[in-house]
Design a protein around this ligand. Structure first.
Ligand code: COA
Length: 373
């Protein structure tokens, strides 16, 4: 049995930023349009008027201040409210593959590796641009990687499930290395016209290079242990699938995008995650004092504050539990990996850290890491 280690990471960040104020101005203009168009039905009590959104609510409820998106103009057009991302022809690279390849090249550069050092590509994300051929195989071709590639989807937990999948193959000896990429085009499966969730998501892609821990020359993170769990829930759901209507029927697309019962998610996921992490640490003999960093899923600041306090037994200090959601919003599977990528360089050899993701399914995954040189 071998040990696996994270040797490189990368983040592709789209160029367009939408601030809460810009988002709220577009939503409120959309609500005004809707209310004017439906004035009679609203007056007759047949349709509910759309209330305005507010930046203050968004920051207080989520901690999100802005988000990156692949296309800003379509999202902020009050009569459109979804990104203008033209479909690509079959002989063009897919958007997800492009984003992921950018992040993957960063991870390879950081690790001082090249494409022929990689044995497998796993594309782990919440939604895939198409059913097949796998986006991962396309990335493999774009980067000129040998071996094999496949897609997997465990919603917001895709990254940690991808890490365990890659680590297990490395531990067993079937491969020596894998790229785990999480390209998330959340803007295309978010309903920007729904006040309850229009502020939640952003776009990004992350990549991790995971290698057999043998003769590694550069600083890396040993994967000490991984743990995954799932428990069925309908509280976060997206019905988009090949048995459903096409999303061209724009007026009737609500259930084919992200839907959630946010309050229930909040209440049910917090104990699930806290208990999962506590049991994982306990079984591995890792105490709160051993943990120098918590890289948590980035959905909501209050949730992260709660989990951080539960895990450490006190309020996390400084960068012990870094949040990136104020800048990126919820980026589904990529959130904890953005936090890891941006807040891990300063750890010293022997320091422990924990990546944890959670989300639809419900699903939760945790990865205990140890910095090494
Ligand atoms: N602007 C202004 N007011 C808004 C609003 C908006 N954009 N959206 C909702 N409100 C109102 C609601 O109508 C409600 O009003 P009421 O009290 O008069 O009924 C009030 O604000 C509170 O709404 P609620 O939805 O209960 O807020 P919340 O505090 O639960 O926060 C979430 C909402 C979604 C941020 C929060 O529930 C959450 O983060 N849940 C977990 C989400 C999660 O992790 N999902 C996983 C996705 S991968």
């Amino acid at each position: 049995m071998y040990t696996a280690a994270i040797t490189g990471s990368g983040v592709f960040t789209p160029e367009h930023v939408i601030t809460n104020d810009e988002l709220v101005a577009a939503f409120n203009a959309h609500a005004d349009l809707f209310n004017a168009e439906n004035a009679e039905a609203i007056a007759a009590g047949q349709t509910q008027a759309k209330p305005h959104s507010s930046s203050d609510f968004i920051v207080a409820a989520s901690g999100i201040e802005r988000r990156y998106v692949l296309d800003k103009s379509g999202v902020l057009d009050p009569s459109r409210m979804y990104p203008a991302l033209p479909e690509r022809a079959d002989d063009e690279p897919s958007l997800m593959a492009e984003m992921a390849a950018d992040a993957a090249l960063q991870a390879l550069t950081q690790a001082g590796r090249a494409a022929d050092d990689v044995d497998a590509v796993i594309c782990a994300a919440s939604n895939h641009e198409r059913a097949y051929p796998a986006i991962a195989v396309e990335i493999q071709k774009m980067l000129d990687i040998q071996g094999f590639a496949f897609d997997m989807n465990v919603a917001c937990s895709s990254a940690t499930f991808g890490i365990q999948t890659a680590a297990d193959m490395i531990r067993s000896g079937s491969i020596r290395s894998a790229l785990v990429v999480c390209p998330e085009i959340c803007s295309a499966h978010l309903e920007w016209r729904d006040r309850d969730c229009h502020f939640i998501f952003g776009d990004v892609a992350t990549a991790l290079l995971i290698e057999r821990d043998e003769n590694l020359q550069a600083p890396h993170f040993k994967i000490k242990s991984t743990r995954l769990a799932t428990q069925f829930s309908n509280n976060i759901r997206n019905n988009n699938g090949f048995l459903r209507r096409t999303r061209d029927q724009m007026e009737d697309r609500r259930d084919m995008q992200f839907m959630q019962n946010g309050r229930k998610v909040f209440k049910e996921v917090l104990p699930l995650v806290s208990q999962h992490i506590a049991a994982h640490m306990d079984d591995e003999g890792v105490t709160a004092d051993d943990l120098k960093r918590l890289w948590l899923h980035q959905a909501n600041k209050t949730m992260n504050d709660y989990i951080g306090k539960k895990v450490l037994g006190r309020v996390p200090e400084g960068d012990e539990q870094p949040n990136i959601l104020q800048d990126y919003a919820n980026t589904s599977s990529a959130g904890s990996i953005i936090a890891f990528s941006k807040y891990s360089n300063d750890l010293k050899p022997g320091d422990h850290g924990l990546i944890c993701s959670f989300g639809a399914g419900y699903s939760v995954g945790s990865v205990i890491l140890e910095k090494a040189e």
